[in-house]
Design a protein. Structure first.
Length: 676
């Protein structure tokens, strides 16, 4: 007779919700994953993707044993080997490369898990001891994160629960129904109490469908819209002069800049009407409490950092921060007292200063020769928690780099992804149900624990264990390489989060004020919001790399702007191989407005070629009002090998970086479309 047990867990994925979960285990097998009904922000609900997590853990195509490549790179042809064989050979290869120059070894990881242990602990210790190149982990949020920190002093914002009390909510650059489900629950509660919801997004998303108003601005013009709002706030004196005087620095210069951004000019740049601009400013300037849910989609353009700075300044001008249901939330991660040094041990560098490789330019960097400016040619990549062949920009170059015969590549993975197909060794990694971890969040203010629910399937090992094992084979004998996961979990936080309490209760709410910036006290040197930030100056609208404004000749050849938001049932490239979810998405799609489709002879459901100078991508056209005229939406991120003709939307994106944060400009891309 079987007996069921329930284990506390946390969703590991790159989503602001960081849901608290309960895993039901019967006879050593996870049979159900559900949201924890007692957790204040999860309240029992999970998204479609994560509610099917056992389907991922017990997927028939899961990698269960170490694999060694026997075919050409990219063919996905491997043979099974033992862990000892794999680790011994990997260590020998890394030792030989490090003897020449350890910076020729590059770690490549991101947020395949957001856990502090499996994402950023023993792995960092290993590469610090080796002296490998450092990785600038920029691919998702760095423009917005650095811009927010430059303005507020840290990545901080509202408590998500308090949106339920707001009277006006601007949902800016976020398809919350798909990518921030639990915020949407609080927004719906506010809506039922009479709040107005406004969606600001180039695409008519599922979220836009449910809001009172949708402003479909052109990609990359969010900063211009914010300047237009500031113009109207000043013109109508919808300002909290006391809050501005007491809690900001640099306002006069921005006020002067905003004078030029009349509603008419703003409307022309953004592709809106002047009345749209006036109406939004009136709503924002005269409604209290007013809150902004800003998300990272809008900062994936050249001027994304400046745009985030301008939007983050808005609640300081109106005094919205005085209310607990007013202000802004982009990220709450800066509230968490994470002890990165204890987890990552940068002291193991022993004074060395390795070069830094930007993960967003890995396509170019893998193809570079050694030089005094660049350093040694990249000879080895260790990839974990990421799928760069699918997700990195300008994938033709990424693929060419990964196919180099002289590149030694190790991939820790659950499945044979596009990246794993190019590996020399694939090492089987545990899923979230099979290891211990602790989590912060960038969408709420609760630390959450993930207990190991089941034994690893097959021969899978946690990331922490793999890097412990590699350290042993490399001869690293520092005591920190013998720390257990629990040892590291106990030092993950400097204060406020006691591990024993976290383990006993499942989550711990950070001890923060209800309205954390009501009295200013920004975590900047002056305690004020920095409008004129050191080294950055006063923010301004920065046009896209590829646009009629910046590159008119290119825009004449490729007149359509393309954004590539994630498909609703995928999370970046995660879950693409879960058949039940892929069946819902059906096929790679390009949403195109009827006006743009008609002049190109494109019918709904037709196979089309989306193209520019970087490549050609084949997919199915969906003629839809979800696309605004002049903009197409290439829904991603499909694995290349599951797409049409072995490519995905990143065939077309470029490696130009953002104004702040050295991040990619995925949604700053000109293309044209024709029938295939």
């Amino acid at each position: 007779m079987s007996s069921a047990v329930t284990v506390r867990a946390a969703c590991p994925h790159d989503c602001p919700d960081t849901c608290a979960m309960r895993v039901t285990v019967e006879d050593g097998r996870a049979v159900r994953v559900q949201g924890d009904p007692a957790h204040p922000t999860t309240h029992g609900a999970l998204c479609t993707k994560v509610s099917r997590y056992p389907e991922r853990t017990y997927h028939p195509e899961r990698v269960l044993h170490p694999l060694k490549r026997v075919g050409p790179k990219g063919a996905g042809e491997f043979v099974r080997v033992t862990w000892d064989e794999a680790l011994a050979d990997i260590a020998a290869r890394l030792k030989a490369i490090a003897a020449r120059n350890p910076e020729a070894v590059v770690p490549y990881s991101y947020a395949g898990t957001m856990g502090l242990l499996q994402g950023e602990s023993m792995d960092r210790r290993f590469f610090h001891k080796l002296g490998a190149s450092l990785l600038d982990r920029t691919i998702c949020s760095n423009a917005g994160s650095e811009a927010l920190a430059a303005t507020y002093g840290a990545r901080i914002g509202m408590h998500v629960e308090h949106f339920a009390e707001s009277r006006l909510i601007l949902i800016w650059g976020s398809n919350s129904i798909a990518s921030n489900l639990h915020f949407w629950t609080f927004a719906q509660a506010a809506k039922r109490q009479g709040a107005k919801l406004v969606c600001i997004d180039p695409r008519r998303t599922e979220t836009a469908d449910k809001c009172h108003q949708h402003l479909a601005l052109r990609p990359g013009t969010d900063g211009a819209l914010a300047l237009g709002l500031i113009h109207e706030l000043v013109a109508n004196d919808w300002l909290d002069h006391d809050y501005i005087d007491q809690h900001t620095e640099g306002w006069p210069a921005l006020r002067e800049r905003a004078k030029a951004w009349t509603p008419e000019r703003t409307a022309e740049v953004c592709g809106l009407t002047a009345d749209d601009v006036r109406g939004l400013a009136r709503d924002y300037g005269t409604t209290a409490p007013a809150a902004i849910r800003l998300n990272y989609g809008m900062q994936r353009v050249r001027g994304g950092g400046n745009a985030v700075r301008l939007i983050a300044i808005l609640p300081c001008l109106t005094g919205a921060w005085r209310h607990r249901a007013g202000g802004l939330l982009l990220s709450a991660s800066g509230w968490f007292p994470k002890d990165a040094a204890a987890l990552q041990r940068p002291d193991l560098l022993a004074g060395r200063r390795p070069r830094t490789i930007n993960m967003s330019t890995i396509g170019d960097d893998l193809l570079r020769e050694a030089s005094p400016a660049f350093g040694p040619r990249i000879e080895a990549l260790v990839v974990y928690n990421s799928n760069p062949v699918a997700v990195a920009p300008e994938s033709p170059k990424v693929v060419a780099g990964f196919r180099r015969d002289d590149l030694f590549t190790v991939v820790l993975e659950h499945f044979l992804t596009d990246t794993a197909d190019h590996a020399d060794y694939v090492l089987p990694a545990t899923t979230q149900l099979e290891h211990l971890d602790v989590h912060t969040s960038y969408g709420h203010t609760y630390a959450v624990i993930n207990e190991q629910a089941v034994a690893p399937v097959g021969e899978a090992r946690s990331n922490t264990q793999v890097f412990r094992d590699l350290a042993t084979h490399m001869g690293f004998d520092e005591p920190c390489f013998r720390d257990t996961d629990e040892d590291m979990a106990r030092v993950a936080f400097k204060r406020d989060v006691d591990f024993d309490r976290l383990r006993a209760e499942g989550w711990v709410k950070l001890p923060l004020p209800e309205a954390p910036l009501a009295d200013g006290r920004f975590p900047t040197a002056s305690g004020r919001c920095l409008i004129d930030a050191p080294g950055l100056g006063v923010p301004d609208h920065v046009p896209n790399h590829e646009s009629a404004e910046s590159t008119p000749a290119l825009a004449a050849r490729y007149p359509l702007a393309m954004i590539s938001p994630p498909a609703r049932n995928f999370l970046n490239s995660t879950f693409v191989n879960v058949k039940s979810l892929r069946d819902i998405e059906s096929e790679p799609l390009l949403e195109i407005h009827a006006d743009d489709a008609a002049v190109r002879g494109i019918a709904d459901g037709a196979t089309v070629e989306v193209f520019n100078d970087r490549g050609t991508y084949h997919c199915t056209a969906r003629v839809s009002t979800r696309a605004r005229p002049g903009v197409v939406n290439g829904l991603g991120i499909w694995w290349r090998k599951l797409g049409v003709r072995g490519t995905n939307v990143n065939e077309l994106t470029h490696q130009h970086l953002t104004d702040i944060g050295r991040a990619p400009s995925f949604y700053d891309c000109l293309v044209d479309v024709r029938p295939a």
